[in-house]
Ligand binder design. Structure first.
Ligand code: MFK
Length: 564
């Protein structure tokens, strides 16, 4: 009989996940966890069952932009795929945004919400993107203290009723100002009725089908740069469903995230409402940036987890060279390395969720504010890189099948490649990390945090590892001070290695605390195994690099001198 390979299968994505289980069990107080658990279990079953099946059926479908009606009217209608329509309903009903705002768990609401998102996002082909922006818009509008907008928009953004629920877009990127948002050229003018109208071209507008968006524009007469921009609220369609002076020029033909309608649009006098003062737009939109960066980190670890879950299951089903893959040392070694990265990614990312949760409930402890500001970009940039590496490895675990479209595997890698790019590239966020550390106070808060984690670690092997995390942080700090003496260029050139060291060292310290708690609870050494494995892959990445070498290599120019 012809041999047919069994495909990988997924079970309940909550109960089958040792890394998430370990983090929740050893961080969240028991009574709080008991409150969260039923919804996490429900979401885990959905994500590994009916939602996964819907995703399979939706394979290959993409949103459709219809520019003109049959009778010549410009309509710019965007039709999402069936999976995305269903994802929106589920997201509203199960409170994927709302849980952060109306949950009953106080400072743990964020952890609860983002654990739900972690389970949900990989089975919806990145429906986390509109949800991230929706959450970011709610946070931004609440922080702005605009009561009318809170009534009109926030009540919908955080609604659990699918008929009221709105998602929000975030329109920042322009042709001139990609990462450099301050270079944006969209102009805001007063219209005939005295209200603001926006004119300009937005080059990358994700989730363009959303009923509202937050965007930046420069009120006429304002100075150049980010301070001259202002934050605006836009409702995209009028009562009759027509676009409000917004032309959708085309949808982007992207490498991945293809269910997500990302558009180029032209604003042709779009009515808008100013949020706050008519200046300092970049600063005003930073709550949105920070919330979406955290969602990005959560989605990165969620994609890592999905790749591992598939590879792990397949390894049980696949035989080659006379044995199942999960009996073969090198294959086990490969998956173990991926799993250790996941434990580290979860520990780092959910620490940020804990901090944000406390901040939102006004329950911050000393140093929390600095830690939150520092670890948000660090978690985003660290996990973005991890996700691409782990998803790439996951495909390789399937051999040739991982490279074949209708297995549903290649999309994991294509989608994960977005994580290091959008919401601030690795380099932009590394420079942001330098900016945060400018005062020196944030590094002090981080040392204190790692020392506090270390004080609870008693196992000798784990103590060595938490010591190593502390040493990596001190080395990074010394490098920063020395690089500053050598000049700004030296510091900027090393910013990525520096930021990744902060990320990996913090993750390792967090992991040792979980590992100790696991040992104490019932002698389970898996946490320790994850720490050892994670540490072996490298924690301290700071090295001295010659700027002249970089210049010659990057520009392809001749370098006079001898190899040393
Ligand atoms: C699955 C989930 C993923 C969700 C994805 C959603 C899809 C969205 C698709 C997109 O990718 S949207 C576009 C994303 N674009 C970016 O993220 C922009 C990347 N660039 C930066 O982040 C730059 O660092 C920045 C634009 C912020 C630099 O702009 P400026 O004009 O040079 O601003 P400046 O002077 O550095 O900062 C202005 C103020 O904001 C300063 O405060 P002060 O006015 O008090 O001095 C900064 O300290 C402050 N600031 C900047 N970044 C901040 C911040 N404050 C808090 N948090 C931050 N992150």
């Amino acid at each position: 009989m012809t041999f047919i390979q069994t495909a990988p299968r997924l079970g309940n994505q909550y109960s089958d996940d040792p890394a998430l289980q370990a983090w929740l069990s050893h961080t969240v107080p028991g009574e709080v966890r008991a409150e969260m658990e039923p919804t996490l279990r429900e979401m885990g079953a959905l994500a590994g069952g009916p939602l996964l099946e819907m995703q399979r059926v939706d394979t290959g479908r993409e949103p459709v932009l219809t520019t003109w009606s049959p009778w010549g009217e410009r309509i710019d209608r965007i039709e999402p795929t069936p999976l995305w329509r269903e994802a929106e309903r589920i997201a509203a009903e199960l409170g994927l945004v709302a849980t952060a705002y109306d949950g009953g768990l106080g400072p743990w609401n964020r952890v609860h919400q983002l654990a739900l998102a972690y389970l949900f996002v990989p089975s919806t082909d990145m429906y986390g993107c509109p949800l991230a922006m929706t959450d970011g818009a709610a946070r931004t509008l609440l922080d702005a203290g605009d009561e009318q907008l809170a009534d009109r928009a926030v009540s919908r953004l955080v609604s659990r009723d699918p008929t009221r629920f709105w998602t929000s877009g975030q329109w920042m990127t322009e042709l001139t100002g990609g990462s450099d948002v301050g270079a944006s050229t969209t102009v805001a003018r007063r219209g005939e009725n005295g209200g603001w109208e926006l004119h300009g071209r937005k080059w990358f507008t994700s989730a363009i089908a959303s009923p509202m968006a937050l965007t930046l524009a420069r009120p006429e007469g304002n100075p150049a740069g980010g301070r001259g921009l202002a934050l605006f609220y836009v409702e995209t369609r009028d009562e009759a469903g027509r676009m409000r002076n917004i032309r959708v020029d085309r949808l982007k033909d992207k490498l991945g995230t293809r269910k997500l309608p990302t558009a180029e649009i032209t604003l042709e006098g779009t009515p808008a409402r100013l949020v706050g003062e008519a200046a300092d737009g970049v600063r005003r939109i930073t709550p949105m940036l920070n919330v979406t960066r955290l969602w990005n980190a959560v989605s990165s670890v969620a994609y890592m987890r999905r790749g591992i879950a598939l590879a792990r299951d397949y390894a049980r089903r696949r035989e080659a060279f006379g044995a199942r893959l999960d009996e073969q040392p090198l294959h086990l070694d490969t998956i173990a390395g991926m799993e250790a990265e996941l434990w580290g990614g979860i520990a780092l990312t959910f620490r940020v969720a804990v901090l944000l949760g406390r901040a939102e409930q006004g329950e911050m402890e000393e140093g929390d504010e600095l830690l939150l500001r520092l670890l948000t970009p660090v978690a985003k940039l660290t996990t973005g890189k991890q996700a691409v590496a782990v998803c790439s490895e996951a495909l390789e675990c399937f051999g040739g099948a991982g490279y074949v479209e209708d297995t549903g595997l290649p999309v994991l890698l294509r989608d994960s490649q977005v994580f290091p790019i959008w919401e601030g590239t690795t380099n932009v966020l590394s420079l942001d990390t330098l900016r945060v550390l400018g005062s020196g106070a944030a590094m002090g808060a981080l040392h204190l945090h790692v020392e506090t984690l270390g004080r609870g670690v008693r196992d000798p092997g784990l103590r060595e590892l938490v010591k190593r995390a502390g040493e990596a942080l001190r080395h990074a700090e010394r490098w920063l001070a020395e690089a500053l003496e050598r000049g700004r260029a030296d510091q900027e050139a090393g910013a990525r290695r520096f930021a990744l060291t902060i990320g990996r060292a913090t993750a390792l310290a967090e992991m040792t605390a979980i590992a100790q708690s696991m040992l104490d609870a019932d002698g389970d050494g898996r946490g320790g195994a994850a720490c050892r494995r994670f540490a072996r892959a490298g924690v301290d990445l700071v090295v001295a690099v010659d700027l002249e070498d970089s210049r010659a290599l990057a520009r392809g120019e001749r370098l006079n001198g001898q190899a040393t």
